[in-house]
Design a protein around this ligand. Structure first.
Ligand code: F0G
Length: 457
């Protein structure tokens, strides 16, 4: 008999979970203004809000904490971390920052000027925020396949080369760089193929435009290249990562995802001018260039995390769990962005809550319903996250309206996946009775979804 699949690790430490009653959750969600970011974590049973900073570190990472060098300048921890980044990505210059958006802030402070245009495959919201707050424009050039959640194509995160070329052609001399996000979080944790990385970079370089890889889930992207793209099955994840980065000019990294640390980030590049320019912003924003907002111990744990999370077994365990949850939703007929991506399931709320008009935010409504059902916290990646158009101030209803259920790395078991699927099924079974959504009572001018206050209609 063939042995079944099992995790590539065993558990050494556990953290108890708390359940609650529906009545408690009704009150808590009302107090949180129907915004799940405002819930207390202890009011949540299974937390699928994000896979960012929520992973479980390995025993080796915890051991590295003890070896941290907390010297202000030139700590051994920095050099250990720098050497690992150089080894995995092949870039010479490395600047640590406290998280991904800090890396964006430091690099974009140097690169982005008012009026610039920065194309990208669905910029993450902080990336878009850092562009728009500098009065520059972020233009989405994701392939059209990503918009059809039921279409099964292997690399739905890809850049549309036609859309990209149009932007480059119309904005010659005004594009300081292009952002290539791997995996493409906003459209469902969907990967970008090696071919598309290469062709995107070639196109940009033909126009003299450098490419910055937004790298939060680069290892998951490499896993999909290995398992889905012809010619990569026999290459290691580390070989694939090296090749991915050989095509581009720089990277910003939220290490809270594929670095499997609770906090951390960095910038890396071979471009000396960019390095010198970014360094000037690192010091006032983040701290001296050998710690950039991180503790020595955390740099050590990150170096170890990058090393072990670019091993095939670790990634296979993770993606297998996400795919297991997807297989349960298939059984219940619940529509999500197909095929399932790396870090999360993205439920197509428009197709579930068909009776809730888009002006009443179906994905946010579904997020609330799932929390009320079982204390499971997902997160809207939809019309509220999309913010308003900076010019017209109209809501941006043009994209997808999704409920994202992120799976933390090495935290929950497959039994928790079964609970999530069953809770979703219960909501799905009464979907036709849900006819009203939510309305905005208060919102911030930029990146509103973290703090928005809503009422139930
Ligand atoms: N880029 C991508 C693709 C991201 O997904 C994130 C964060 C960032 C940049 C910013 O990094 O959080 O370390 O400052 N995404 C998290 C999420 C918050 O839940 O998807 P950060």
């Amino acid at each position: 008999m063939e042995l079944p699949f099992a995790e590539a690790w065993k558990i050494k430490m556990i953290e108890p979970l708390r359940k609650s009653t529906r009545a408690e959750r009704e009150q808590w969600l009302k107090d949180a203004h129907y915004n799940v970011f405002m819930l207390k974590a202890e009011q949540v049973y299974i937390d699928c809000l994000t896979d960012s900073g929520t992973g479980a570190m390995s025993d080796r990472q915890w051991a590295e904490l003890m070896l941290g060098d907390e010297s202000y300048a030139g700590a051994t921890s920095f050099f250990k971390f720098e050497a690992m980044v150089q080894k995995i990505f092949g870039f010479k210059y490395v600047i640590p920052t406290h998280q991904g958006r800090a890396a964006e802030n430091v690099l974009f402070s140097y690169l982005v000027k008012e009026g610039n245009v920065i194309p990208g495959n669905a910029h993450f919201d902080t990336t878009k925020g850092h562009i728009e707050s500098r009065k520059a424009q972020a233009i989405d050039v994701t392939c059209d396949e990503a918009r059809d959640t039921q279409l099964e194509v292997p690399f739905k995160g890809n850049v549309s080369l036609e859309k990209l070329e149009r932007v480059l052609e119309q904005n010659k001399g005004n594009v300081p760089f292009m952002v290539l996000t791997i995996t493409n979080n906003t459209v469902g944790g969907q990967p970008v193929s090696m071919q598309n990385i290469r062709e995107t970079a070639e196109l940009c370089h033909r126009y003299g435009v450098p490419v910055v890889m937004d790298s939060a889930r680069f290892a998951e992207n490499a896993y999909f290249i290995k398992t889905r793209e012809a010619g990569y099955a026999d290459k290691t994840i580390k070989e694939i990562a090296r090749e991915m980065y050989s095509h581009v000019d720089a990277m910003t990294m939220s290490a809270k995802k594929d670095g499997v640390v609770n906090m951390g980030g960095f910038i890396a590049t071979d471009n000396k001018d960019w390095y010198e320019g970014a360094k000037l912003y690192c010091i006032p924003f983040e701290g001296f260039i050998t710690y950039g907002g991180m503790n020595g111990r955390d740099l050590n744990a990150l170096a170890q995390g990058l090393d072990e999370n670019t091993e095939f077994d670790m990634l296979e365990t993770r993606i297998h769990q996400v795919q297991y949850l997807a297989s349960l939703l298939d059984e219940y007929g619940i529509p999500y962005q197909r095929p399932v991506g790396g870090h999360a399931l993205f439920i197509d709320a428009d197709k579930v809550l068909c009776n809730v008009p888009k002006e009443e935010f179906p994905a946010q409504t579904l997020t609330c319903e799932l929390y009320l059902e079982a204390g499971i916290r997902g997160c809207e990646i939809g019309y509220i996250l999309a913010d308003r158009d900076p010019e017209t101030r109209e809501n941006r209803f043009g994209g997808l309206d999704l409920l994202r259920l992120c799976i933390a790395r090495r935290v929950y078991t497959d039994n928790h996946m079964r609970v999530i699927a069953a809770a979703l099924k219960n909501v799905y079974d009464r979907r036709n009775d849900i006819t009203r959504g939510v309305a905005i009572e208060w919102e911030a001018p930029l990146m509103r979804h973290f703090t928005v206050q809503l009422k139930r209609l």
